[in-house]
Every structure is written in structure tokens, then in C-alpha cells.
Design a protein around this ligand. Structure first.
Ligand SMILES: [Zn+2]
Ligand SMILES: [Zn+2]
Length: 138
């Protein structure tokens, strides 16, 4: 069964498609994500990296030079919307749920990660497991 989802950046220059199902839907509270999210957690889904294709435009990629095995963050070169993150040593990539055309289809958050970095004003849905760093085996 094909479960294709489309998304893109704020200005519309970069458009992508991913096919699911999403492996996970989580909230990342890490300090790095706070820069990109606007201060809150970053809501993300994991998809098979091979299932991603760009329908229009191409993102620019950024990775920190000072980190060992940095993640690659891809964003629109015009409006700067952060669309996705590629993970070293993983066959999955991270899609930012806010860039889906219909984020409501993402369902409900299954877990929260990097809660050690959470700000006092962050909120956690009731009953959702919280991990201080990464979840086990992800
Ligand atoms: Zn854009
Ligand atoms: Zn994060």
C-alpha cells in the first residue's frame, strides 16, 4: 500500500515527497533543535531515506564541521525553512512535521527525546515516554 506524503518549504520553492509508513513520530527537545524550531521542541517523523524525492527545487545542506559524524540539515536556500535532517549511520531520515502539507495526518507524538535539554516552558503530552537523550535503539 502506497502512503505518499508531500511537503515543502514556506515559500514553495522546494517540494518533496516521502512514502511511508513513518517509522516514528517524536518530539526532540535538544538545544540544537530549539534554534531551528523557534524555541520549542522539534516535531519529526522518521522515514526510509530512499523514499524521499524532490518534486521541485533542491535544498541547501548544512553540517557542523566541529562535530564527529554531524547530521546533515537541509533547508530552502530562499526562505530558510528547515525541511529535513539526514542521520549518519541510518537508513532513515528525519522529516520536520511542520513542513508536511497536512501535518495533522502525522497522528500523535509517540515519545520525547533529549529531555535533558528541555526548557522550563516546554510541555510534554501526558503518558508520552520521555528520554533524557536518544531513545534506546533509534
Ligand atoms: Zn522556501
Ligand atoms: Zn533535536
Amino acid at each position: 500500500m502506497s502512503d505518499a506524503r508531500e511537503g515543502g518549504c514556506y515559500c514553495g520553492q522546494v517540494r518533496y515527497q516521502v512514502t511511508g509508513p513513518a517509522k516514528a513520530f517524536g518530539a526532540c527537545h535538544c538545544r540544537e533543535c530549539q534554534y531551528i524550531s523557534g524555541g520549542g521542541p522539534n516535531y519529526f517523523q522518521l522515514y526510509e531515506a530512499a523514499s524521499l524525492s524532490f518534486v521541485r527545487g533542491m535544498p541547501k545542506a548544512f553540517q557542523r564541521a566541529d562535530l564527529d559524524k554531524p547530521r546533515v540539515r537541509e533547508f530552502c536556500p530562499d526562505c530558510g525553512t528547515h525541511l529535513l535532517t539526514r542521520l549518519p549511520d541510518s537508513t532513515h531520515l528525519v522529516i520536520k512535521v511542520g513542513t508536511l502539507d497536512d501535518p495533522a495526518t502525522a497522528g500523535t507524538v509517540g515519545f520525547a527525546i533529549f529531555c535533558d535539554d528541555a526548557q522550563p516552558f516546554h510541555q510534554f503530552p501526558e503518558g508520552v515516554p520521555r528520554f533524557p537523550k536518544r531513545p534506546p535503539q533509534a
